[in-house]
Ligand binder design. Structure first.
Ligand code: GLY
Ligand code: MN
Ligand code: MN
Length: 458
């Protein structure tokens, strides 16, 4: 979908270009990418522009490129042919689009070849565009091969995109508000629904009705222990917990990312309630800690600590919580990181590997409890992050003989068996770091057990 550019967007785009120009002294060419064909060329998979292109171009064009140099923007795109207009309707001319996004000049794509000398770029994910990038630049283009200018560009773009401007925050807020409505609709639909698919439909219809798309494949499942479960065929049982991780993406590309877990019956069992309240305590503690200067890794470790303490109180873990966290025993039940950067992508800039998520000089740990930590930087005002602790009983972890042996004395396996009606709980909110602390952008969606129960019960 095309969005209408406004003077405020043009202003924001100019500021983004100027910020980039403070970091690089060479030209930059960014490609939008192109639709992928499903079988015949006109039948395509849904198209999504490259986020790096979108950040500076502002509108989700396909088959386009932009050149940025010293704050100047040049647009390269072809105008629709009569045949394209016949099938897809009229579209703005190159000059109209250039005006809408505040471009200084605009040319047909064929002229781009004359403008790529000394230019740096970032790889687009679709293979066809990647070949064009490589052919025009006369070198390989890829994160693994990134060197010299491309590497410097990637580092500069991380610096520019890490903290969001007011325009970006407004867009994330809009996406978050629609996600909140989608989750409310999902909860309200559950008691009448027979399957996960029906609840998913109730949620995604809200997103579609707002002219948005999903920022990632929805997770709506009674098997929340499968962290990114993308099956929706199970029937809902009255004793099940339903985990829904569903987020809207604004037409401009900005994302949101919310998870709630609710009882299908509208009432948590006592065991479900114990673990739900524990995950919520970890979630709330992390949000209370999030502010500029705090290390995100410490936010993650706080979630681990709260979970370990609670699991000891419930008799599931045995030992000193600090020691259990040092030994990664909490990761038996919370094997992922507490969240990630959020922006134009739900895992913002993860196309650049850990370059955005990890501060310079840091790299992933191979520890069981830290290997999936996606963000390890001090928080800064303007960053958007998620906070999403969870509790899961993953058979592949809990039945692994090596782990059972290693954590033989840390887990009371008999006590754990009393919590069999909890397969997976996650509570996820989107959080903007502000100068004073933080703001929960998804606060419009309640998360206490009582509030969730009453939303399900209508
Ligand atoms: N929705 C994917 C995630 O929470 O990371
Ligand atoms: Mn997330
Ligand atoms: Mn999520």
């Amino acid at each position: 979908m095309l969005i209408t550019a406004t003077p405020s967007l043009i202003h924001a785009l100019r500021q983004r270009r100027e910020r980039l120009a403070q970091h690089v002294d060479f030209p930059v060419v960014l490609w939008s990418g192109q639709p992928q064909s499903r079988n015949f060329p006109a039948n395509t998979h849904p198209f999504r522009s490259s986020s790096h292109f979108l950040y500076f171009a502002g509108v989700p064009l396909a088959n386009a490129a932009i050149r940025l140099e010293r704050g100047q923007l040049t647009l390269f795109m072809d105008e629709a042919t009569p045949a394209e207009a016949l099938w897809h309707g009229p579209s703005p001319t190159r000059q109209e689009l250039a005006q809408q996004i505040g471009a200084d000049a605009a040319y047909p794509l064929a002229e781009l070849a004359q403008w790529v000398a000394e230019a740096a770029t970032l790889p687009v994910l679709d293979a066809a565009t990647r070949s064009i990038q490589q052919a025009l630049l006369g070198r390989s283009v890829g994160i693994a091969q990134a060197q010299n200018q491309d590497q410097r560009l990637a580092e500069a773009i991380v610096q520019v995109r890490l903290c969001h401007d007011a325009r970006a925050v407004a867009e994330i807020r809009q996406a978050a508000a629609v996600s909140v409505k989608a989750h409310r609709a999902g909860m309200a639909a559950t008691r009448q629904a027979a399957t996960e698919a029906e609840v998913r439909a109730a949620m995604e219809q809200v997103i579609m009705a707002h002219g948005m798309t999903c920022a990632y494949n929805s997770i709506v499942t009674i098997h929340g222990e499968v962290l990114h479960n993308e099956h929706y065929h199970h029937r809902l049982g009255s004793g099940d917990l339903l985990l829904a991780d569903v987020g809207a993406e604004a037409a401009s590309g900005w994302a949101s990312d919310i998870t709630r877990t609710w009882p299908v019956s509208g009432k948590f069992s006592p065991t479900q309630r114990d673990l739900y309240d524990l995950v919520l305590a970890a979630h709330d503690a992390c949000i209370a800690k999030a502010r500029p200067g705090v290390e995100y890794r410490d936010v993650h470790l706080l979630a681990c600590q709260v979970l370990a303490e609670g699991l000891v109180d419930l008799g599931i873990l045995q030992g000193q919580p600090e020691t259990l966290v040092e030994q990664d025993a909490h990761a038996l039940f919370f094997p992922h990181g507490v969240g990630h950067l959020l922006g134009l992508d739900v895992h913002d800039m993860e196309d650049l590997g850990d370059l955005a998520g990890y501060a310079s000089g840091r790299s992933r740990s191979d520890r069981f409890g830290l290997a999936f930590l996606r963000l390890d930087r001090p928080l800064q005002a303007g960053m958007a992050i998620t906070i999403e602790p969870g509790f899961y009983q993953v058979p592949g972890i809990l039945q692994d003989p090596v782990r059972r042996e290693r954590y033989r004395d840390s887990v009371n396996w008999e006590r754990l068996s009393q919590f069999a009606d909890v397969r997976g709980i996650r509570i996820e909110d989107d959080v903007l770091i502000t100068a004073e602390g933080c703001e929960v952008l998804t606060v419009g969606l309640p998360n206490t057990a009582e509030a969730v129960e009453s939303l399900v019960c209508g």
